[in-house]
Design a protein around this ligand. Structure first.
Ligand SMILES: *Cc1c(COP(=O)(O)O)cnc(C)c1O
Ligand SMILES: [Zn+2]
Length: 442
């Protein structure tokens, strides 16, 4: 098969015209300080008919070999078309289930409700989708002589887990900055196990972010946070895979939790590309869901998106989105405007109960997915999401990463949460009579 000359490079996302090759170590536009994006040669991609793209992607889905065994690299022409296969660092990310929640859909009066289970993934969160792209690029840059000694990130837990796993696979040193006592024990132990240098700092995510940006300014430490637009290229595949799951018929609404807002931006970027290539023809609407305790986007939305007022994020069960100064604010606002989007928020009780409600249908949701599901319930109640709509919710992490949240909920022990679906284990003596009694109502 002859390869058409697909090409991608960095471009300033603020449209000032700055461009740079993907081999360059650059995170922000040197002219205007805007974030960068990976800009594809869409004309070249258009030379392949939409029908052919769909056919290719479907055919690759069955592969068990790299690059196509990866849900992300199965779409490599749309991700990083020039990255050689030998530099791909994959742990088998992507190709995750689309889990229907028919009972919740019926109760809410929706035509369908599906969870895109992005946390059914090597390190248990959607961060793997972006990290495979970033670490592969680093491997490629190092192979081409770019002096990168290690890769570093600040994290609310899942980014560091993904970074350390992909770096471990590639044999590249990694450094992670974590806010002390603000990530789950599972999230802390993941980078420890994968051999990262773990710095546990007495601050919050925003504090870690500030420091990692400073240390990665000089030296050969490469910055892996989501201001790095390489990650967005992998995460945008969530939108593509979702449409593929739905027979290329996008849902009416996609609900997604947002913290730093890279993921919401990536979702929109994925839809934009499919629309540009004619692979889908309908523009879904996007709802970003925030924890009420860390809701700068919600506040900006109420103010008509005129400005972002960074805030001190308060402690929330949705720890991965406990962010007061989201780096991708501007790009997320652009996406929300272009997808007729809305923002909704959830209290601690709302997010915990919504997560538990979905669990009753056989999934195991993280608190952030709970935020999205609670926002969905509220948007349906307000009539913003109409009855009869087809809705997809992006589930961002596996619930197994948050045992304290799950156990605490069912014990009724979470602060500020009234557990409506609490289902604690029944303590019994090991006697037949007692057991029969306990099962009498089944
Ligand atoms: C990172 C993360 C989010 C938020 O993604 P952003 O790109 O920061 O908005 C949501 N849920 C989980 C589980 C995460 O790890
Ligand atoms: Zn610029």
């Amino acid at each position: 098969m002859s390869k058409p000359a697909f090409h991608a490079e960095y471009a300033c996302s603020e449209g000032c015209g700055f461009r740079a090759p993907l081999l360059e170590v650059v995170y922000r536009c040197p002219r205007c300080q805007g974030l960068l994006e990976v800009a594809h040669d869409v004309e070249a991609l258009r030379s392949v008919p939409a029908e052919e793209w769909r056919r290719r992607f479907e055919q690759r889905f069955g592969s068990s070999r790299l690059p196509y065994a990866s849900g992300v690299w199965g779409k490599h022409e749309w991700v990083l078309p020039e990255l050689p296969v030998e530099d791909m660092v994959s742990l088998g990310e992507g190709r995750v289930p689309l889990k229907p929640l028919p009972r919740m859909a019926a109760e809410l009066g929706l035509a369908s409700l599906d969870l895109k289970e992005c946390g059914v993934s090597p390190t248990g969160s959607f961060k793997d989708w972006g990290m495979t792209v970033l670490v592969s690029s680093v491997k490629h840059m190092r192979a081409r002589g770019v002096p990168i000694r290690a890769v570093a990130c600040a994290s609310t837990g899942d980014t560091s887990a993904a970074l350390s796993a992909y770096c471990a696979a590639a044999g590249i040193p990694s450094v992670v900055f974590l806010p002390k006592d603000k990530v789950s024990l599972s999230q802390l132990v993941q980078p420890v196990a994968n051999g990262a240098r773990v710095l546990s700092l007495d601050t919050d995510f925003d504090g870690c972010m500030k420091l990692v940006q400073q240390v990665t300014q000089d030296s050969g430490l490469y910055l892996a946070n989501s201001m790095n637009s390489l990650r967005i290229e992998g995460q945008k595949v969530v939108a593509i895979e979702l449409c593929q799951d739905l027979g290329w018929e996008p849902p009416d609404w996609v609900v997604i939790p947002g913290g730093n807002l890279g993921n919401a931006s990536a979702l929109g970027k994925g839809f934009e590309l499919m629309l540009a290539l004619g692979v889908i023809s309908k523009r879904p609407r996007i709802a970003v869901a925030q924890a009420q305790r860390a809701n700068p986007l919600m506040r900006a939305f109420r103010g008509g998106f005129k400005e972002l007022l960074p805030m001190q994020a308060e402690r929330t069960l949705a720890s991965a989105i406990q962010i007061g100064n989201p780096v991708s604010f501007r790009r997320a606002v652009r996406i929300l405007k272009s997808f007729d989007g809305v923002v909704e928020e959830a209290t601690e009780s709302e997010l915990a109960n919504a997560a538990a409600r979905a669990d009753r249908e056989g999934t195991f949701t993280c608190p952030h997915t709970g935020v999205a599901l609670a926002a969905l319930e509220k948007l349906v109640a307000q009539g913003v999401i109409a009855r009869g709509a087809r809705v997809a919710v992006v589930s961002t992490a596996h619930g197994l990463k948050f045992p304290d949240f799950k156990v605490g909920y069912h014990r009724g022990a979470l602060a500020d949460v009234t557990s409506r679906y609490s289902n604690p284990p029944v303590d019994l003596p090991a006697e037949l009579g007692a057991v029969r009694n306990a099962l009498a109502d089944l």
